[in-house]
Design a protein around this ligand. Structure first.
Ligand SMILES: *[C@@H]1O[C@H](CO)[C@@H](O)[C@H](O)[C@H]1NC(C)=O
Ligand SMILES: CC(=O)N[C@H]1CO[C@H](CO)[C@@H](O)[C@@H]1O
Length: 336
């Protein structure tokens, strides 16, 4: 191996775009309008930046171990894949009325209305090296759903866009009943409905591993790993972090009002009655737990909490039950 070998370092163009690349003029007062957000587009393709190890690092003469966060730049989303856990480290989407189309506002979670999803099927992501890839057989009979991080219903713009949400690099193991098929789906629906109130909605989805306090007073992270041999880690929690913008006033359409909010849900069955506000968590807490920087300090200072600028309330829809019992849709209001 030549000593001057190019090392592929854990850097890529796309990842920095949505989180770090949000450029905004600074406002220092809470809730004050700030300049429009500009997010660089990521249509440059799916290319990792290969860095040459700086000269004079003889320790890395024979190789740089990484880590590598595989850049996943897709039609409807951008994500980073975690090779150790074998699910996304995070996914990011930009939702708007235009990106979703009208069907998004029909408030329907009925899979039959997401017509094209029947033409998609789960598949392994061949762009991930085999040793680090999540496999279909890992999920088979694991007892967990293959939970979309970027929901299929957010990617209706084309069949290709939807297909990309079915790659296992966009999937993490989720409890099915009461979570993936219910409360988590209500939360995804709430994110889509934000486009009725806000011009632009940015959604980050982040699997988390949170420590739990044991009877001996020590904190431990305990999680399952599915597959045989064990391969894909099962997160203890999932976070949705949203940033939504709209013109601050009709007369100042160039100034954006920015709202943010983070919701952390346990990977377990959640009762329909649970108020969405009960899952509100500071964005900083999600960042610390995930080791990620989602928003700049400027955004954090300028943003209002989204539960103050719109209703933090999910719409409960139980299709399976509804079909059986003809049950009506009911809305759960957060207690004040
Ligand atoms: C989408 O996926 C299905 C099944 O996995 C495949 O048959 C179809 O060709 C794909 N369509 C596109 C546009 O990639
Ligand atoms: C399947 C699984 O590990 N579920 C866990 C999800 O996270 C909550 C909170 O830590 C646990 O209580 C569940 O057991």
């Amino acid at each position: 191996m030549p000593s001057s070998i190019a090392i592929h370092a854990a850097i890529f163009t796309a990842g920095a775009v949505v989180g770090g690349g949000i450029a905004a003029a600074v406002a220092n007062r809470k809730g004050r309008p700030i300049q429009p957000l500009s997010v660089q587009t990521t249509d440059k393709g799916n290319q990792a930046v290969a860095l040459t190890a700086p000269a004079g690092l003889p320790v890395l003469k024979y190789g740089n171990p990484g880590p590598i966060a595989d850049p996943l730049v897709r039609k409807a989303y951008v994500a980073a894949y975690d090779r150790r856990l074998r699910h996304p480290a995070w996914t990011a989407e930009h939702l708007s009325l235009a990106s979703l189309g009208k069907s998004a506002l029909s408030n329907s979670l009925d899979p039959s209305e997401s017509g094209d999803r029947t033409k998609s099927s789960f598949s392994e992501d061949l762009s991930i090296p085999a040793a680090f890839r999540a496999r279909l057989q890992d999920y088979f009979r694991s007892g967990y759903d293959r939970g979309h991080m970027v929901p299929a219903a957010d990617a209706k713009s084309s069949q290709e866009a939807m297909n990309e949400t079915f790659l296992l690099s966009n999937i993490a193991p989720q409890v099915g009943d009461g979570f993936n098929r219910h409360y988590w789906a209500y939360l995804e629906d709430w994110c889509r409905r934000l486009t009725g109130t806000f011009q632009d909605v940015y959604v980050f989805t982040i699997p988390l591993y949170l420590p739990k306090l044991g009877p001996d007073g020590k904190w431990r992270v305990i999680h399952e790993v599915i597959g045989n041999p064990p391969n894909v880690a099962v997160p203890t929690h999932f976070a949705k972090v949203v940033l939504a913008t709209r013109p601050s006033t009709p007369s100042t359409p160039h100034l954006s009002e920015v709202s943010t909010g983070a919701f952390v849900l346990p990977n377990s069955s959640i009762p329909d009655e649970a108020p969405l506000e009960s899952f509100v968590t500071p964005v900083e807490a999600v960042e610390r737990a995930a080791g990620l920087t989602l928003f700049s300090d400027e955004i954090k200072e300028a943003a209002k909490h989204i539960c103050k600028t719109t209703k933090c309330q999910v719409i409960v829809r139980r299709f399976d039950d509804a079909r059986k019992n003809g049950r009506q849709v009911k809305a759960i209001t957060a207690p004040k």
